[in-house]
Design a protein around this ligand. Structure first.
Ligand code: PEP
Ligand code: MN
Length: 361
């Protein structure tokens, strides 16, 4: 095995108070394309690293699969000329060894690799003893444990600087997205792994240029730590993912128009008001839960009565009545109909379950 880099690197995912922004082509197509991309991207304010895939995981054979090892040197040349750290995807132990030997600054594990614990472990073993920063894309399937598991494998070999990339989840059939964002999954990821910076890759979620601004802004509104956006000097001629890559000037424009959240400390005047509003939310949530608990107590009494009288749990007329009136009441209160429907159905299912338990013993 070759000697791997073991020099100390600073945490690249937390540039002081600003987001971690990565841009660059889907694939490294030629030395000229890599250099042209690097020059254009390094001139855009706020960009922290340049991406380019060297080994491309293609869904079907006979597509452009990347130039492999020889393209690593193009990335290093781009880094040396522009000073911008470079990142590429590694999908197995051999890629990882080669990328480390070449001196690639940051690695990422792609969505098709995160699904496979054997490959992730193999990559982690090569990284053991190095302090290479690694980004882990979500697996193609919506499985939060698999995503977190891949990160744990890297943590277990001592990797300190890890970031997660949300790139959406595969679905079968037509959708406006190439990969459905399923925002609830990255939000739950952040709840379970608050110490891991979460970056959004709107390019692979969108699959087309027009959707990228909306997804990028949504990620920033959800307080993501950064963005990875595919950028190509001539997107329409790109050898992979041509429909979703932005021209460098369009990326610059996009970044100028996105609203980046300020750090709360910068807005200390508003901190107290926000605290007060949050306290009100805490109180209201408590009241909601108390009301729900009281409702369940009444359900228990009803179930005991139904048991004595020998009547069935579900009285369809009553349920239809409940459903209609609650929607009407909720709409009068200005609530979203979908929310009321889902909430009432959930509460009703829970009370049916409780009543069955009481009646059937
Ligand atoms: C990529 O970033 O070009 C890529 C192949 O991504 P993913 O693993 O998200 O499909
Ligand atoms: Mn791509």
């Amino acid at each position: 095995m070759q000697t791997l880099t073991r020099h100390k690197k600073v945490n690249p995912f937390k540039p002081e108070g600003s987001p971690f922004l990565v841009a660059g082509p889907c694939s490294a197509e030629s030395e000229e394309q890599v250099m042209e991309s690097a020059r254009a991207i390094s001139a855009i304010p706020g960009i922290c690293a340049m991406r380019a895939g060297v080994w491309k995981p293609r869904t079907r054979p006979n597509a452009f699969e990347g130039h492999g090892s020889k393209a690593l040197a193009w990335l290093i040349k781009a880094r040396n000329e522009t000073g911008l750290p470079v990142t590429t995807e590694v999908a197995n132990a051999k890629h990882t060894e080669e990328a480390l030997t070449a001196g690639i600054d940051i690695l990422w594990i792609g969505a098709r690799t995160t699904v496979n614990p054997f490959f992730v472990q193999e990559i982690a073993e090569v990284l053991r003893g190095t302090d290479t920063p690694v980004m882990v894309k979500n697996p193609v399937n919506p499985d939060l444990s698999l995503w977190i598991g891949a990160i744990e494998r890297l943590e277990n070999v001592g990797i300190q600087n890890i970031a997660a990339i949300h790139r959406g989840f595969s679905t079968y059939g037509k959708s406006q997205y190439r990969n459905a964002p399923e925002w609830a999954i990255p939000i739950e990821f952040r709840r379970q792994k608050p110490e891991i910076p979460l970056i959004c890759d709107p390019s692979h979620i969108a699959g087309k240029r027009s959707l990228i601004p909306y997804i990028a802004q949504k990620a920033l509104d959800l307080d993501y730590a950064g963005l990875m956006i595919e950028t190509h000097p001539k997107p329409d001629e790109a050898l992979s993912d041509p429909r979703q890559q932005l021209k460098p000037e369009d990326l610059k424009n996009l970044l100028e128009n996105l609203h980046f959240a300020c750090l709360l400390d910068e807005k200390s005047g508003h901190r107290e008001i926000l605290e007060l509003l949050r306290t009100r939310i805490d109180t209201l949530d408590r009241q909601l839960l108390e009301t729900l608990a009281e409702r369940m107590e009444v359900v228990t009494e009803i179930a005991e009565m139904k048991k004595q009288l020998g009547i069935s749990v579900l009285q369809m007329e009553r349920w239809s009545g409940i459903f209609e009136t609650r929607i009407e009441n909720g709409l009068q209160l200005g609530l979203n109909e979908n929310l009321i429907r889902r909430l009432i159905e959930l509460v009703h299912l829970e009370s049916i379950g409780l009543q069955e338990k009481i009646i059937r013993g």
